[in-house]
Design a protein around this ligand. Structure first.
Ligand SMILES: [Zn+2]
Length: 224
């Protein structure tokens, strides 16, 4: 059975860093993939290296980067909410949950990707994943999609233990690198090593190996 995948993240690049290979695999499997990107990361501090963005141009630049990354991944259905970066934590949880629910009602996901609540480190990550869990919990138990969370914090990894899913994405790592490169304003400072002729074969191999594994934790629903 094909999956219906809904990826729910606050910022452009969240869908790519640590997840692009997995999403590419879904697209290749013929699964339907929808992405919600709630903000344009307008408040990001990275402006490219060397700088090519400023506070005024960053929104348009990141929007273009997001669309380019989605093209590299193969996601055609992108929902851009254009909310203000770094404000999700100040919105009512039910307001965000309603917005998530509206998309879930439409695409009826079998799998939801987001950050694992409480362990996303960034307040926007946690606010949106919290609201997503609320939206999922409104569904009858049998209709709930599986929630696959990314854990960023060390505390979360200690608490939850080993990831439930480790995807080997080595066979699509070059496509993933293209998606990472699309987010140039955010990734160029470290990604340059992939194309830098001065780095050793070993260094490049290690960098690609690091990008070849993606891990997720299945959300453990409390008794609701
Ligand atoms: Zn983010």
């Amino acid at each position: 059975m094909n999956e219906r995948v809904l990826a729910i993240y606050p910022h452009p690049d969240d869908e790519t860093i640590g997840k692009a290979g997995t999403l590419i695999n879904h697209v290749k499997n013929g699964d339907e993939v929808t992405l919600i990107c709630a903000t344009m990361g307008q408040m990001g501090r990275k402006m490219g290296k060397p700088f090519f963005a400023n506070r005024e141009t960053l929104t348009a630049i990141r929007k273009k980067e997001l669309l380019d990354a989605c093209e590299a991944i193969g996601i055609r259905d992108v929902r851009m909410w254009m909310m203000q970066d770094k404000t999700l934590q100040f919105r009512e949880k039910s307001f965000l949950a309603d917005k998530v629910q509206a998309v879930m009602d439409e695409v009826k996901p079998t799998l939801v990707y987001s950050y694992y609540p409480e362990y996303g480190v960034h307040p926007d990550h946690d606010a949106l994943s919290d609201a997503t869990i609320l939206a999922i919990n409104r569904l009858p138990r049998k209709e709930r999609p599986v929630f696959l969370g990314s854990v960023i914090s060390r505390e979360g990894q200690d608490e939850l233990g080993a990831p439930d899913i480790i995807n080997d994405v080595s066979h699509v790592v070059h496509e993933k690198i293209k998606a990472l490169q699309a987010h140039r304003s955010q990734t160029e400072h470290w990604l340059v090593a992939v194309t830098d002729p001065s780095i050793s074969v070993q260094e490049r191999k290690e960098l690609l190996e690091k990008q070849s594994q993606e891990q997720f934790w299945i959300y453990r629903h409390k008794n609701i």
